[in-house]
Design a protein. Structure first.
Length: 189
């Protein structure tokens, strides 16, 4: 009797569970299908973005190269030759312009040498002026500063001995003038 009494109840519950399962499947099926569509669309967007980045790299290659050229010229103008050389290396590596990079390196080297020559000439003029004023210690300091900047240039390395030679020459002139004035009995001289 107990089984017969609960049998219709169990059957009703089983039908309700199946109806709920079918209802959930009916509700979840469109949602699952929509998520699969989103996944496909995201994959397509990702591929198009990658293609887009490659296309941009090709399309804007000339502009990128021109911007790099301008940057190199600006660095040379600011006398930042190391940065200019690094940008030149990048141009060779990224764009494959080996010949243009060689020409740019030569230009950088020439400008660097011109700047060094100008600095050496300016310092040599200053040293000459200091020697004329007989400010020997200041002249030696300027020569030492220049040697620290350009140790490989022989002309710069010879500056202390040139200053010393001028100092000795001035000393000799003063001694000769003293002896000449002494022989003439020129006390003021």
């Amino acid at each position: 009797i107990l089984v017969l009494a609960t049998w219709p109840l169990a059957a009703a519950m089983l039908r309700a569970a199946r109806a709920t399962e079918v209802g959930c499947d009916n509700v979840l099926a469109p949602l699952t299908e929509r998520l699969e569509q989103f996944s496909v669309m995201l994959n397509m967007i990702s591929e198009q973005q990658l293609l887009s980045d490659r296309a941009k790299a090709v399309a804007y290659r000339d502009k990128d190269r021109d911007a790099l050229r301008r940057a190199i010229q600006e660095e040379m103008g600011k006398r930042d030759f190391e940065s200019a050389l690094l940008l030149t290396d990048r141009m060779e590596e990224d764009f494959g312009y080996r010949q243009e990079a060689m020409v740019l390196r030569q230009q950088i080297s020439e400008r660097q040498n011109d700047a060094a020559r100008k600095q050496i000439m300016d310092s040599a003029t200053l040293i000459n002026r200091l020697c004329s004023q007989e400010k020997w210690n200041e002249a030696y300091r300027e020569a030492e500063r220049l040697i620290r900047l350009f140790p490989a240039i022989e002309q710069v390395r010879n500056l202390p001995s040139e200053i010393d030679a001028r100092r000795q020459q001035t000393k000799k002139q003063l001694i000769d003038a003293f002896h000449d004035a002494s022989s003439r009995r020129d006390l003021d001289g």
